[in-house]
Design a protein. Structure first.
Ligand code: NAD
Length: 419
């Protein structure tokens, strides 16, 4: 099945979703043709000397999909099988994500085809600095601002910021976001994606009048996004009953002992084998009888072959493109409420925007102020998407895309075509 899923082009899927939204808003053909393609695609091949003296050549990408509403913005992914096709799809997604929450950015994405866990810290630093140098022609505070994504960390962002700064001869802190607070990062950025997911999940449960006394949650992925989502949903009073990662998943209907689970993961490197819960397969985790399912790992996890078995009342799509278009149709039929990725995981880019603004002003805000502003932006976007969904009689994803596509189209049309 994996082969079948991978054979589908991620970019074609992204274009398909765009086409549906363009139909809903009645987009003119000219504008549609422009927005269907990325503005710039850069592929780089570069050498890195490993600790043992051997030289390895890596392939990296940076794609800018659109910059009509502001500088390009989007994460960097370090992942072994990364392809240009995936990066193009994710860059397009970033354009819609920034537009749907109303922040003044276009969309971009980048990364390197590498397994970061297979490298030493020194090798990772060399790879990052060389990759940053290769894409330096595109990035910068006014042009394109990278951030962390799958497989990259605040440390990686600090190396990129330092590399750009060395080239410039002065500190350019606004050149990336998701940096450590010590070098111009923002309070609240580390957990911003999880916090946004939490705010939206709570808002959706309120809207759905979910009667469960304590809503239950299953989270796929226990990394940067998954782990903070687990913590924050638990703090909000929800019961976390299942958590999974790339090596397995665990389930306890009474609720997981999260502190013990963290300890276990620290020693074993995975949640699998946690004694105070039942081991379930990665696939089973998605099909558990829970109120909320949060896929927070990789793309194409809920597809036409398992969508009909999903029991959750609400899916908060934390990972980009975790639900395929075919699965969307099946989930809609079942009446499952899906908070789509471009809205669900936008907390990260919203606080990245706050970080960039703070860096440009060299004036930093308290975490409480950040969280309050995040709550405002994301709740406003939730209700705007909801209204669009009701007015246009479309599902939430199509509504989110329609809203975003209309905003980007407005900017593109009013700017006109150069020359
Ligand atoms: P991460 O690398 O920190 O964590 C990924 C987690 O997913 C790990 O626990 C890993 O074991 C697990 N995983 C990987 N493959 C899996 C599989 N096949 N089945 C089950 N689990 C698997 O990555 P992250 O930063 O948490 O990103 C997760 C998702 O959230 C990605 O889709 C990313 O694009 C999206 N996202 C991240 C951010 C951010 O700020 N980091 C922001 C928005 C969206």
């Amino acid at each position: 099945m994996a082969v079948e899923l991978q054979s589908k082009s991620a970019f074609e899927t992204a274009q398909k979703r765009f086409d549906s939204a363009a139909d809903v808003v009645g987009l003119a053909d000219d504008t549609r043709r422009v927005l269907r393609e990325p503005k710039r695609e850069l592929t780089v091949h570069f050498p890195v000397r490993h600790d043992d003296g051997s030289v390895h050549v890596y392939t990296g990408y940076r794609v800018q999909h659109n910059i009509s509403r502001g500088p390009a913005k989007g994460g960097l992914r370090y992942s072994r099988g990364l392809t240009l096709d995936t990066v193009k799809a994710l860059a397009m997604l970033m354009t819609w994500k920034c537009a749907v929450v109303g922040i003044p950015y276009g969309g971009a994405k980048g990364g390197v085809a590498v397994d970061p866990n297979a490298l030493s810290t020194a090798e990772l630093e060399h790879l990052t600095r060389r990759y940053a140098t290769e894409i330096a022609v595109l990035i910068g505070p006014e042009k394109d601002i990278p951030a962390p994504d799958l497989g990259t960390t605040p440390q990686v962002m600090a190396w990129i910021m330092d590399t750009i700064s060395m080239h410039s001869g002065h500190s350019v802190t606004a050149s990336v976001t998701g940096k450590p607070v010590d070098v111009g990062g923002s309070e609240g950025r580390l957990e911003a994606s999880g916090r946004g997911i939490t705010y939206l999940t709570l808002e959706a449960l309120k809207y759905l009048h979910v009667e469960d006394e304590t809503p239950t949650v299953a989270v796929q992925g226990f990394g940067h996004v998954g782990a903070s989502t687990v913590r924050l949903l638990h703090e909000a009073g929800l019961r976390i009953v299942a958590v999974g990662d790339s090596r397995g998943a665990v389930y306890n209907p009474k609720g997981l002992d999260l502190q013990a689970l963290h300890e276990h993961r620290r020693f074993r490197g995975t949640v699998a084998g946690f004694k105070k819960a039942e081991d379930v397969s990665r696939a089973e985790l998605l099909e558990l009888p829970v109120t909320v399912l949060v896929p927070a790992a990789v793309e194409q996890q809920i597809h036409e072959h398992n969508a009909s078995r999903i029991q959750a009342r609400l899916i908060t799509e934390a990972a980009n493109a975790a639900v395929t278009p075919e699965a969307d149709a099946l989930l809609n039929e079942k009446g499952i409420f899906v908070l789509p990725d471009i809205l669900a995981n936008s907390g990260g880019v919203v606080v990245s925007y706050f970080e960039w603004v703070q860096d440009l002003q060299a004036f930093f805000w308290e975490e409480e102020e950040i969280n309050t502003k995040l709550h405002h932006v994301i709740t406003r976007a939730f209700y705007e998407v909801l209204h669009t969904s009701v007015n246009k009689r479309v599902d939430l994803r199509t509504a989110a895309y329609a809203l975003a596509v209309q905003r980007v189209a407005n900017a593109s049309v009013v700017r006109g075509i150069y020359p």
